[in-house]
Design a protein around this ligand. Structure first.
Ligand SMILES: Cc1ncc(C[n+]2csc(CCOP(=O)(O)OP(=O)(O)O)c2C)c(N)n1
Length: 439
């Protein structure tokens, strides 16, 4: 066989690339929408509710009328960059910090989950599988941007600078918990770091976030945006629709970031919706939208960074659907093997692990190795164990705290209840562990 010259190899490659592009284009044209044909020079109707062309062929649209919205990714499963132009320029220290945050989060989840099983805290929720969404988005934001989280975004809190001590104090409800033990564990909040305290009822944060974004927009020279995290399950709430529509019609600088992890407790997404995920709702409501691989921290980073710039420059919302998989049980109140197989879960802990692919990426860059991994794991684990032991020893808030702070001036009926409680405790002091509470 004759040897090919450099020039002929180049020509062959060019021809092959052109052929591939042609086939891709044909496939695209064949598969794209079956929207009704609109003849050229068609007059557009001018209804107040829609500016659209008239047609004479009636065609109903459904979810299969459109291609599925593609999933943007930067890294493949082995942590290699797929297109070099898409690799974000993130400082090496920040990349390492992103990874260390993911490791810290995983260690905290492992140990606190076990501590609930041992009866030391009442409830816990893990974040396994979604760590990339947390650090990718947090790194792309300004610390001044306001965060409205759901509950499975603790990595954002850690990345912002909330300490493991503060988080564990909240889970233990001791007197150093800023919420004074009144909330369930994992309902964090931190005013200093612009992290709005979480609410249990799903989607509560969504209209609130949009309202906050509207308030930001009204400030002169605004350079901040709001980010609102929510799950695919929360997106089924009426409040989610209200939030989307207000964000669009009031032109609010808000990033609506859906963590689509496949399940809302025991309700899988195939029972949750019929359309193309959550992303398809964005264009329907006039919201700029992108779908990303949520197991790829760099894809999330790029999407949030661009969305932030767009939202602030244009006073417009952006919807991001980050595809992921909830690897852990929904919470300590759930056994997910009742509604999904162990094999299904395992697939997502290996090939698609956000930590694994990010670690491989750092290793290939020469900024992480086995030694760094060992030290990081040990330090993260030690921090959690030490902090947990300290948190357990701290006293609980004074019992009166449970009736305070709701009203600026305590109404007479609550004053009455407080007095009754005081008398009751005096009468039965041995029935309550008052020594464990602050004096
Ligand atoms: C209004 C309301 N309904 C039901 C619940 C009970 N609940 C708590 S979490 C949850 C599932 C939410 O799923 P999703 O939003 O997808 O978030 P994920 O837990 O998967 O991260 C449900 C139904 C609730 N907290 N609030």
């Amino acid at each position: 066989m004759a040897l090919k010259t450099g020039a002929s190899v180049l020509r062959l490659n060019t021809l092959r690339n052109a052929a591939v592009r042609y086939v891709e284009r044909v496939l695209q044209l064949l598969s794209t929408h079956t929207r009704p044909e609109v003849a050229q020079n068609t007059k557009y109707a001018e209804f107040p509710g829609a500016k659209a062309p008239y047609v004479t062929e009636m065609k109903f649209l459904n979810e299969s009328s459109y291609d599925p919205i593609p999933i943007y990714r930067v890294l493949d499963n082995s942590g290699s960059v797929l297109e070099s132009r898409e690799e974000p320029s993130i400082d090496k220290d920040e990349l390492v910090n992103m990874y260390k945050t993911m490791v810290q989060l995983t260690q905290m989840d492992k140990i606190l989950y076990e501590s609930q099983r041992q009866g030391r805290i009442s409830f816990y929720m893990t974040n396994y599988g979604e760590e990339g969404i947390h650090v990718g988005s947090a790194a792309a934001l300004s610390p001044r941007d306001l965060v409205f989280a759901q509950y499975r975004e603790v990595g954002v809190f850690l990345y912002r600078g909330v300490t493991v001590t503060e988080l564990i104090n909240q889970c233990y409800g001791n007197h150093e918990d800023p919420g004074k033990g009144r909330q369930m564990p994992v309902h964090y909040g931190n005013k200093h770091f612009n992290l709005v305290t979480l609410s249990s009822p799903l989607a509560t944060q969504m209209p609130q976030a949009v309202g906050a974004a509207y308030a930001l927009k009204r400030q002169p020279n605004n350079d901040r945006c709001v980010i609102c995290y929510f799950g695919d399950g929360a997106a089924s709430e009426g409040d989610a629709f209200a939030a989307f529509n207000f964000a669009a019609t009031l032109d609010c600088p808000v990033i609506l970031l859906c963590r689509n992890n496949g399940y809302a407790i025991s309700t899988p997404t195939n029972e949750q919706y019929r359309g193309d995920g959550i992303a398809s709702r964005g264009p329907a409501l006039g919201i700029r939208t992108v779908r990303v691989d949520g197991t790829d921290a760099l894809a999330v980073y790029n999407a949030v960074k661009q969305s932030r710039e767009y939202a602030i420059a244009n006073n417009k919302p952006v919807l991001i659907e980050a595809m992921s998989y909830r690897v852990g049980h929904h919470s300590t109140s759930d056994d997910s093997t009742a509604y999904r197989s162990i094999e299904e879960i395992q697939k997502w802990t290996t090939d698609e692990s956000p930590l694994h692919k990010f670690k491989m990426y750092l290793e290939a860059k020469g900024i992480w190795d086995a030694e760094a991994e060992k030290t990081c794991l040990k330090e993260s684990r030690d921090t959690v164990v030490r902090t947990m032991q300290e948190a357990e020893k701290k006293k609980r808030p004074h019992w009166k705290e449970m009736l305070e702070d709701v009203y600026y001036d305590m109404p007479p009926r609550i004053q009455k209840q407080m007095k009754q409680m005081e008398e009751h405790l005096k009468k039965y002091p041995d029935k309550y562990p008052l020594d464990q509470h602050q004096d």
